[in-house]
Design a protein around this ligand. Structure first.
Ligand SMILES: *Cc1c(COP(=O)(O)O)cnc(C)c1O
Ligand SMILES: [Zn+2]
Length: 419
């Protein structure tokens, strides 16, 4: 029940600390937020969520970036590299091609390490410091490890990252490497890496910073809050719809939570909540399958493939939080082909917006849903682009044009140009 958009705000249980506590989304078991290291419900194994006695309205926000929204977060600012406050771009060509009323691109690739993962890490690593853990870890398709390595380095905590061997884009491995994480290349896919790191976390060997960690999603809520404020300023209204790529469905869950809390505080009407619209690659689309079949749970896909490696995930751990978000906001989910992803990556690049393949899935999804008339002509749409072009230089070069060899003199160059 607690996942409904019109669920009333909860009263603080005795375990709450400064009005903050953890609650299981399945059995409503409550826990003190910072006493023990827990990732899932000790009673039923369900997903945990951070809850607050006091929820802010827009008037409470001041400053810039993720920490502008500290009234909606469980801790005060600690380790930060100035994450958030990313640009909201106009994309006139794509706007007229897709024929929606307004189209903006929220480019999360402009965060310090080049993806939205920084927003979750500034909060998650601060909680880890507060808990006094000594080793941080994550499984990653790349960007989580890049972000964790940077925040781990800055907070002087040992960092361990588990990556699927041969399936992580070059820029992301380079980041983890230079920031000083220990990198374990696992003979298996992302889902296998996550199984292992969850075992390590449960047995107390590491502190888990995957999006299963409820504190990380708190930081990622700020994407939704920023979109609402920026869109309001730009177009005079909140967006009707947000289209975003889905991997583990952490962002879908986090944006839904942000909107649910604004409804609870009275800052947003239920009918003002943007429709959350998830996009997956055809080769890794368990969420789309669940939405299309009307299931409350997803079926794990054992084998997944797509050039959008950031969303090459067969077992989205946050599905129990994200599926209600898609349903309750009137959104949907759609799968796109790798060719459609590449086309969208090129179209964004033509407007000066450089993104990695997974990010372009949002635009590919918008195109497909416009063709099917699921997204209306009169809609005010925001596409979320999650990571920077330079994250995956090989895929960017493959999607772009080839360099032309020329002689080392002006005449030779002119001949080549005229020829
Ligand atoms: C992590 C990531 C995703 C997937 O986000 P979820 O919150 O796991 O659904 C999508 N795109 C990029 C670039 C990412 O790094
Ligand atoms: Zn439970």
């Amino acid at each position: 029940m607690s996942m409904k958009l019109d669920a009333p705000a909860a009263n603080a249980p005795p375990e709450a600390e400064d009005g903050v506590w953890l609650s299981c989304i399945d059995c409503d078991h409550t826990l003190a937020p910072f006493d023990d290291v827990v990732f899932t419900c000790p009673e039923c194994g369900g997903l945990l969520e951070v809850r607050y006695a006091d929820l802010p309205t827009f008037e409470d926000f001041e400053g810039t970036g993720v920490w502008r929204y500290d009234d909606a977060l469980p801790v005060e600012m600690g380790v930060t590299i100035q994450e958030g406050n990313t640009p909201l771009y106009e994309v006139p060509e794509l706007e007229s091609e897709t024929g929606v009323d307004h189209l903006h691109v929220k480019h999360e690739g402009m965060n310090p390490t080049g993806s939205f993962k920084d927003r979750g890490m500034t909060v998650g690593v601060q909680v880890a410091s507060r808990l006094g853990v000594d080793r941080l870890a994550c499984a990653s398709t790349g960007n989580t490890s890049a972000a964790l390595s940077a925040y781990g380095a800055r907070s002087e905590l040992e960092t361990l990252v588990l990556l699927p061997a041969g399936k992580v884009a070059a820029g992301k491995v380079a980041q983890a490497s230079l920031h000083g994480a220990r990198i374990l290349e696992v003979d298996g896919n992302f889902d296998t890496c996550l199984d292992i790191v969850q075992d390590l976390a449960t047995s107390g060997h590491v502190y888990l910073l995957n999006s299963l960690n409820p504190f990380r999603l708190e930081g990622q809520k700020t994407i939704g809050l920023e979109i609402l404020e920026q869109c309001q300023e730009r177009t005079g209204e909140f967006p009707d719809r947000i289209v975003l790529p889905v991997g583990n469905a952490g962002n879908t869950s986090a944006l839904y939570k942000a909107f649910r809390e604004l409804v609870q505080s009275g800052a947003l009407d239920e009918d003002e909540v943007p429709k959350l619209t998830g996009v997956q690659a055809e080769g890794a689309a368990p969420m789309v399958e669940a939405v299309e079949e009307g299931n409350d749970e997803i079926n794990r896909w054992e084998s997944v493939e797509t050039r959008a490696t950031a969303i090459r995930i067969g077992n989205p751990v946050n599905a129990p939080k994200a599926l209600p978000g898609i349903r309750e906001t009137g959104g949907t989910a759609v799968a796109v082909s790798d060719d459609q992803i590449t086309d969208a990556q090129r179209s964004l690049a033509e407007e000066g917006v450089g993104v990695e393949p997974a990010s372009a899935a949002s635009v590919a999804g918008l195109r497909k849903l416009r063709e099917q008339d699921v997204i209306g002509r009169d809609e005010n749409v925001v596409c979320l682009t999650t990571g920077h072009l330079l994250k995956d230089p090989d895929e960017a070069a493959a999607a772009g044009g080839d360099p032309e060899p020329v002689p080392g003199d002006t005449e030779g160059v002119l001949n080549h140009l005229d020829g």
